[in-house]
Design a protein around this ligand. Structure first.
Ligand code: ZN
Length: 96
């Protein structure tokens, strides 16, 4: 069974989590001046990376907190998880 390491609760079964899609999507600051195409890109367009990428996860059946994870989309291996905002140098937890 795949386990995901919540930064607050530790390693838990995958069934306790929900994926929230790609991480680090920043809402445009001046949305009033954004073109329809640029707004559509922000809302709908994602990278769909093959390999390691960052995504958001929600510990729905645990602490109910969001966190980020680096995961390999080819092997499904979680490389690390970390609190949102901790970034590349933040407190991280490897996969188990
Ligand atoms: Zn948790």
């Amino acid at each position: 069974m795949l386990q995901i390491t919540c930064p607050w609760c530790g390693a838990r079964a995958e069934s306790e989590f929900s994926c929230g899609g790609e991480a680090d999507i920043v809402r445009p600051l001046e949305s009033e001046t954004l073109s329809d195409e640029a707004w559509g890109d922000y809302v709908f367009m994602r990278k769909n990376t093959k390999g390691v990428h960052k995504e958001q996860w929600f510990h729905a059946s645990g602490c109910r907190r969001w966190f980020n994870a680096e995961r390999d989309t080819v092997t499904y291996q979680f490389i690390r998880t970390y609190p949102i905002g901790a970034g590349a140098s933040g407190d991280s937890h490897g996969a188990d």
